[in-house]
Design a protein around this ligand. Sequence first.
Ligand code: NDP
Length: 274
Amino acid sequence: MTDLYAVFGNPIAHSKSPAIHAAFAAASGADLVYEAHLAALDGFPKAIADFIAAGGKGANITVPFKEEAFRLSTRLSERAARAGAVNTLSFAAGEIAGDNTDGAGLVRDITHNLGISLAGKRILLLGAGGAARGVIAPLLGEKPASLRLANRSAEKAQGLADAFADLASVSAGSFDETAEYSFDVVINATSASLAGTSLPLPSGIFAAGSLAYDMMYGKGETPFLELAREQGAALLADGLGMLVEQAAEAFFVWRIVRPDTGPVLASLRAQLGS
Ligand code: NDP
């Protein structure tokens, strides 16, 4: 029987997840259908209940429902509990199991696709929203030399650092306060690039040979990557690989099969023309 999966969000028309999962299914011979569902802003729990009633096996959750999916889950993986947000739901035996694959996707894109080890590196994470929160524990799991958080609202960055203090000492502050440091890896998890805005980053934060990584992706260079190039970052990467890798991790959660992401990423990259 064909297994049913879907991604829920609002808006959702732009989502690349159906194409990504269709490619994974074709390559692995899985018999599944993966649809995009627009959920009403006040109708997420009903949309999920209807999907379960229709036989849905699992769902990906995107903006703005990740926190609501967290609350709806009857069981949480450790990484979802840490993230405070859920992007992958599995439905079985009357349970709604919540997981979060975003951090694993980011780490795999950097370490596997880009071939850069995070062990012993000085990492700066920009932003203190849901995306930043979801990647902190997976980044710390790679045993970096240090992790610093910087955010427009510095107190939000400090709050996040405090929430992970049991895992490691994470420092935090405003963008200005990063001026006295330099980093091997700088990750942009703010939504500034979405608005086409650059970040007020002090010069000198990019160490020789550093990687600048923007979770945002699209055609052409994002404002953050443009700034990073001007300020001397050696390697630039956008979040398309993270998108494909978080999808692959969700596919693995559902089907215990790890899809080959290389061809899917190459095809999406060609479509974007970037
Ligand atoms: P949130 O709305 O939860 O957080 C937004 C963050 O961006 C906050 O830290 C906010 O700062 C900061 N911010 C927004 N505008 C500006 C600005 N103009 N200048 C400086 N800081 C700004 O968003 P998410 O955390 O959910 O998402 C962040 C980004 O990550 C998005 O671009 C999203 O597309 C991307 N993403 C990519 C994924 C992928 O697979 N590639 C997966 C998940 C997310 P403040 O706290 O001060 O308001």
